[in-house]
Design a protein around this ligand. Structure first.
Ligand SMILES: NC(=O)C1=CN([C@@H]2O[C@H](COP(=O)(O)OP(=O)(O)OC[C@H]3O[C@@H](n4cnc5c(N)ncnc54)[C@H](O)[C@@H]3O)[C@@H](O)[C@H]2O)C=CC1
Ligand SMILES: O=C(O)C(=O)COP(=O)(O)O
Length: 525
């Protein structure tokens, strides 16, 4: 039974889902890094929010871990490259809390415009400072949105409803999408020059880190108000503080901080700064959504191999997973076949998908082909890290798809090019789900693969089959299946036979010594 650790506060709905799906779930929140490191080795899955830091060090201790599930959006607390290198899938729930977070940004904008938190505290204190809290109206003001993805777009929609003008800076926002949203796409300097309010909704990346710095603030309108419900690292807190003190920035509303949990911060205590403790996603609706979603996604992956919303692996929908499963087996076998025959440095792999398979989601098939291919060279390779390892090793991977059926209803062909030669192997599914190799080096054959397979290339001359049969018999090796193929009568031929016992080096040497044999190898699938 797979075991999952929930290390941040998630809705109890998650535990229930794991239980219902037959997965054991332990809830242990607030663990120190060393405590997490000490126990993580027991778990197949780790469900987190933003508090748990999944570092390379933690991952190194996570020998059984297959999936990290982020109940939320940002994964800047996960070392995704380290997870990828270890073959751990990292998945998030990209939509579950976006409305809630967008609403928080709007709430923060109102709070800033009308000094609501400060006025609330003053009124509770019995001060009745009616003339102190003079606000600004939102209607007719310009809101500048930096990062117009899921959350930014919802913020834009709500702001338009408030009769604001909306400009957005997002290099990946298409002109059509901006038009659909009825907002204006602008460059960053234009946004700075025009916005009365600026709200941040990008992920924290090398490109977005410190996007709001002293230089940026200098380009903004005097009296601008800044809202950050994305990530603390987007903004240089010291520069913001100086700009508030100089009056260049009228106020800031911050839900996120450079160092969290933020028990202290240079902006705390400033009367123009409104703060919340990373509450963007904290509504019962959003927490229910993300907990249910992450538990379902993790359970699907652990139990069925379906992958949804992974950041380091192609998606396989629950609907596609059963369709892909026999192909996954076939693709894995073809990759492994090619890998076990490859003895020189790999330069290129080209994969052809022909017929029915061309209409499927082939990304996971390519990933598993690469895994099989690289396995003899890289022991730790798996579907998650195989494409990255191939890239790191300068192996050129290409895919072609042709939906028109050829000799077979459905076919995958893997051609591997090394420094020495190109070699191809192709396979199909018989009866819809039984993998069969149907071509090796262009020679037709029909073979199924198994744990002990003898692969022989030979000259098509009489006497070979009898000699091989008696040789295997003498060693007590039982033949389970026997398949032959040849280019032409008397030409190059191939034999693939499944046997019930392991093939020892002694047996292989004797096979190689038969007069017609060119090459003999023991393969395993
Ligand atoms: N405060 C909170 O509790 C929450 C915070 N978040 C944060 O909000 C962020 C955004 O979430 P979503 O909208 O769902 O993500 P998203 O991926 O849908 O949108 C992000 C947008 O940022 C844009 N972007 C990327 N690099 C950029 C750059 N250099 N300059 C300008 N734009 C850039 C992307 O093109 C994309 O459109 C998350 O990454 C997360 O850090 C999300 C949920 C809750
Ligand atoms: O989903 C996100 O990116 C968030 O920032 C929400 O964080 P949380 O789950 O509340 O710790």
């Amino acid at each position: 039974m797979p075991k999952v650790l929930i290390s941040d506060k998630l809705s109890p709905a998650a535990v229930q889902i794991f239980k219902d799906r037959g997965i054991e779930a332990d809830v242990k929140t607030g663990l120190a890094p060393d405590e997490l490191k000490a126990i993580i080795g027991q778990y197949d899955g780790l469900a987190i929010r933003s508090n748990t830091k999944v570092t390379a060090d933690i991952l190194a201790a996570a020998g059984n871990l297959k999936v990290v599930g982020r109940a939320g959006i940002g994964v800047d607390n996960v070392d995704v490259p380290a997870a990828t290198a270890r073959g751990v899938v990292v998945m998030n729930t990209p939509f579950g809390n976006s409305v809630t977070t967008a609403e928080h940004a709007i709430a923060m904008m109102f709070a800033l415009a009308r000094d609501i938190p400060q006025a609330n505290a003053s009124t509770h204190a019995g001060k009745w400072e009616k003339s102190k809290f003079m606000g600004v109206e939102l209607t007719g003001k310009t809101l500048g949105i930096i990062g117009c993805g899921n959350i930014g777009a919802i913020v834009a929609d709500r702001a338009l409803g408030l009769r604001m003008k909306v400009v957005a800076y997002d290099p990946f926002l298409s002109a059509e999408r901006a038009k659909d949203l009825t907002i204006e796409k602008v460059d960053l300097d234009t946004l700075f020059a025009r916005a009365d309010f600026i709200t941040l909704h990008t992920p924290l990346t090398e490109a977005t880190k410190n996007i709001i710095s002293a230089d940026a603030i200098a380009k903004m309108k005097k009296g601008v108000r800044i809202i950050n419900c994305a990530r603390g690292g987007l903004l240089v807190e010291e520069d913001l503080k100086a700009a508030i003190e100089s009056g260049q920035v009228a106020g800031a509303a911050l839900d996120v901080f450079k160092a969290e949990p933020a028990k202290e911060n240079i902006l705390f205590g400033n009367e123009h700064v409104v703060c919340t403790p990373h509450l963007g996603a904290s509504t019962s609706e959003a927490q229910e959504n993300v907990a249910l979603q992450v538990a379902e996604q993790m359970a699907d992956y652990l139990l069925t191999g379906a992958v949804v919303n992974a950041l380091n692996m192609p998606s396989v929908s629950a609907e596609d997973a059963p369709k892909l499963r026999p192909y996954m087996k076939l693709a894995g076998q073809l990759g492994s076949f090619a890998g076990q025959l490859t003895e020189n440095a790999l330069k290129a792999v080209s994969i052809e998908y022909v017929g029915v398979v061309a209409g499927l989601n082939t990304k996971p098939l390519t990933a598993i082909i690469l895994e099989g291919l690289l396995k003899p060279m890289v022991e730790t390779v798996n579907m998650v890290n195989a494409p990255v390892i191939a890239k790191d090793r300068n192996i050129d991977v290409s895919e072609t798809k042709n939906a028109r059926e050829g000799d077979y209803h459905t076919l995958i062909r893997v051609t591997v090019t090394t420094e020495v030669r190109s070699r191809s192997v192709a396979g199909t599914l018989f009866g819809g789900d039984k993998p069969r190799v149907v071509e090796i080096k262009g020679i037709p054959i029909e073979a199924e693969l198994g744990e002990h397979v003898l692969y022989v290339t030979n000259q098509d001359k009489p006497g070979f089959i009898g000699a091989l049969g008696s040789l295997l018999g003498q060693h007590g090796v039982n033949i389970a299946t026997f398949h032959l193929g040849r280019a032409e009568a008397g030409g190059d031929a191939i034999l693939l036979t499944q046997v019930d016992q392991p093939l020892t080096d002694v047996i292989l040497e004797e096979v190689r010594a038969l007069p017609q044999v060119v090459q003999a190898k023991a393969l395993s699938f």
